[in-house]
Design a protein around this ligand. Sequence first.
Ligand SMILES: Cc1cc2nc3c(=O)[nH]c(=O)nc-3n(C[C@H](O)[C@H](O)[C@H](O)COP(=O)(O)O)c2cc1C
Length: 347
Amino acid sequence: MASINTSLTKLLGIKTPIVAAPMAGASGGALAAQVTLGGGFGFLSAGYDSVDKLKHEINVARDLLRKDGDLSTVLPIGVGFLVWQLEKSPEAGEQLLLTALENHVQAIWLSFGADLGRWINFIREHDPRADSSDAVKIFVQTSIVEEAVSAIQSWKVDVIVAQGNEAGGHGLGKSLPIINLLPLLDSVVSKLNGPPLLAAGGISSGAQIASLLTLGVSAVVLGTRFLLSPESQYSNVQRQALLEAESSQSVRTMAFDYARNTLGWPQGIDGRGLRNATVDDYERGEEIRTIQEKYVNGVKAGDKDRIVIWAGSGVGQMKEIMSAKKIVETLHAECVQSLRNASQLVL
Ligand SMILES: Cc1cc2nc3c(=O)[nH]c(=O)nc-3n(C[C@H](O)[C@H](O)[C@H](O)COP(=O)(O)O)c2cc1C
C-alpha cells in the first residue's frame, strides 16, 4: 500500500498521517503502540496518572514495539499531559515529565493549562537529547489563535493540533468547527513560518482524512474512533454505548466534571460526551451532591445512563470494533483511495 508523504510523516518517520490522541482514562501503552505498529503515531495519556502508572504503560508499549529495555533508541510513541493537572502539583508534574523523557519517547503532547510555556521550557531543559535531531517533539493542542501564535513564536513547538468543536473529550466550548478553525490557524502558521498543523475533531473515515489533507493539514488526530478498539481502556459497557449512539447524542457539557469532581479546567473548557441521565439532571438544575451520589452508584453498577462516555460528533458513523492497528490500516487505505478519486476530477 502506498505511503502518504507530509511534513508530519517526515518529522516522525511514519507511513500514514494518522495520530491517536492521548485520551485520559482511555489510552494506555497498548493503544499507543498498536497505532504506531499500524503505520500511524500513537499517544498514551498520563492524564491523572501517577509516575508508577505511567512507567507501567510505557513498558507495555515498549514490549509491544519490541524495544526491550534499550533506552538509547527512540520509543516511537508519545505521552500526553493535561497541563492543569501538572500545575495542580508541580513537583509531581515534573516527575511525570522526567519519566517520559527518561524513556526516550518520541513526542510529548500538552494541552489545557494556564502556562504551557513554563512546562515546555522544563521539557527542553531536561531533555538529554535537546540539541540533537532526536530531541523530543512537542505537540500543543489548541482552538485559540492567540495560543497558536505563542506556540509558534515563544514556545517554538514542533507541531500544532487544531481542535475543532466536534472533538470528543475536553475542549474549548466555544471552539469553531474544524472546517472554520483550520483556515484561521493555517494563516497564522503560514505567516509565522510555523510547524506542521494537524486537525482534530469528529473524524471517522478515510474520505474525511483526505479532505482535511487537501485543506492543508499535515495529519489528522482521532480520539473517539480508537475508543472502539479492544486496546482502549474503555469498558465493554462504554464501547457498546458508543456503538449504539447517534451523533446527535454527543453534547458539550460540564455535567460529568461536576459528577466526577474533576473541576479545575481552564476557563471555557468543557467536555463532549454522550447525553445520559447525568447530563439531563445537571441541565435541569439538580443538586450537584445528588448528581454525584447517583454517579458513584452508576459507576459501581456500570450504568451507561450515569457514567461518562466521552464521544466526538462523529460517533454516529462508528459502527464496528476493530483492533487499533486495523483501524489505522483501514483509514489509510480509504484515504489513499479518496485522494486518487479526487485527483481524477481534474481534467
Ligand atoms: C476519552 C477521551 C479522552 C481525552 N483526553 C484528552 C487528554 O487527556 N488530553 C487532550 O489533550 N485531549 C484529550 N481528548 C481530546 C483529544 O485530544 C482530541 O481532540 C479528540 O479526541 C478528537 O476528536 P474525536 O474524539 O472526535 O476524534 C480526549 C478525547 C476523548 C474522546
